[in-house]
Design a protein around this ligand. Structure first.
Ligand code: SF4
Length: 270
């Protein structure tokens, strides 16, 4: 497969390939927009996705220093009645994190072997000998730690956070790395992974193998998934003539969600 020379892998694109090679092909090689959300705005998965995007936007603005009252007002007036609670939980849990060490929605691009990869951290905190990665989630049910540990995001983000740390501090010694998945509905139960040198090495090997496989696939190998339950959550299903079916698999729904969305700044009145 001839990939664009400037292509940079992300956790969304890699997870997309693992979920359905055809979805990866439509989204990242053919670069098609998805029509499903427009055709079906009441799809529960789409409603969840949009609420998640709005929460991330409020979180970003909170860490950028938009006054708490403004953030809370946006949350109270949100269409989704959960937003007020999510935002209150976030403010209560992370108020002390605001400061020069904390970078919200920070994008980092770096090399993984010969490949370029990009991460967009919900919040990255870099200290002298520590890295803290935070990822916000808005799940209806708390996810299982084992499932999160296996996700591409958990493999990729610590590697790119380490690149950001080395750039910022100049340190070559590997620091303490903690990766926290924080659920807005379950603030007392964050899932925290402590990432060591061995984990980093294994993740790097895994990701290089995966990226090598993708870049060497012939075009006709980007076939449609045989797991049709995944199609229920896929924004590309109208291209595949696969219709919406009843679905209630929250982990699968999160796997199928693209997270590389843009977040406008509410402080600018957008
Ligand atoms: S609808 Fe199904 S087969 Fe088509 S791209 Fe999406 S997941 Fe793949």
């Amino acid at each position: 497969m001839n990939m664009d020379n400037h292509f940079s892998f992300s956790q969304s694109s890699l997870q997309s390939y693992l979920n359905c090679r055809h979805q990866f092909f439509l989204r990242y090689i053919q670069r098609l927009n998805w029509p499903s959300s427009l055709l079906d705005p009441w799809n529960p998965a789409e409603i969840e996705r949009q609420a998640g995007i709005r929460f991330h936007r409020l979180a970003q603005n909170f860490f950028l220093g938009v006054p708490e009252e403004v953030i809370r007002t946006h949350a109270v007036n949100d269409d989704d009645s959960r937003m007020d609670v999510w935002v209150s939980n976030l403010i209560n849990a992370f108020k002390s994190h605001i400061g020069s060490e904390a970078s919200p929605e920070m994008t980092m691009t770096g090399k993984i072997g010969p490949f370029s990869a990009t991460a967009k951290f919900d919040l990255l905190v870099i200290k002298a000998h520590e890295i803290h990665i935070y990822d916000w989630k808005t799940s209806r049910h708390a996810p299982k730690a084992g499932w999160l540990r296996r996700r591409v995001q958990t493999q990729l983000y610590p590697l790119l956070a380490l690149r950001a740390y080395q750039q910022k501090t100049g340190n070559t010694v590997i620091p303490q790395i903690n990766f926290t998945y924080w659920e807005a509905s379950f603030p007392a139960n964050p899932i925290i992974f402590s990432i060591g040198e061995n984990d980093l090495r294994q993740s790097e090997e895994y990701l290089i193998d995966l990226m090598t496989e993708i870049t060497h696939q012939p075009t006709d190998n980007f076939y449609k998934t045989t797991h049709q339950d995944r199609c229920a959550y896929c924004l590309y299903r109208t291209y595949c003539h696969r219709q919406l079916t009843d679905a209630n698999n929250l982990e699968l729904e999160q796997d199928m969600r693209f997270t590389d969305f843009e977040l406008p700044d509410i402080s600018a009145g957008k």
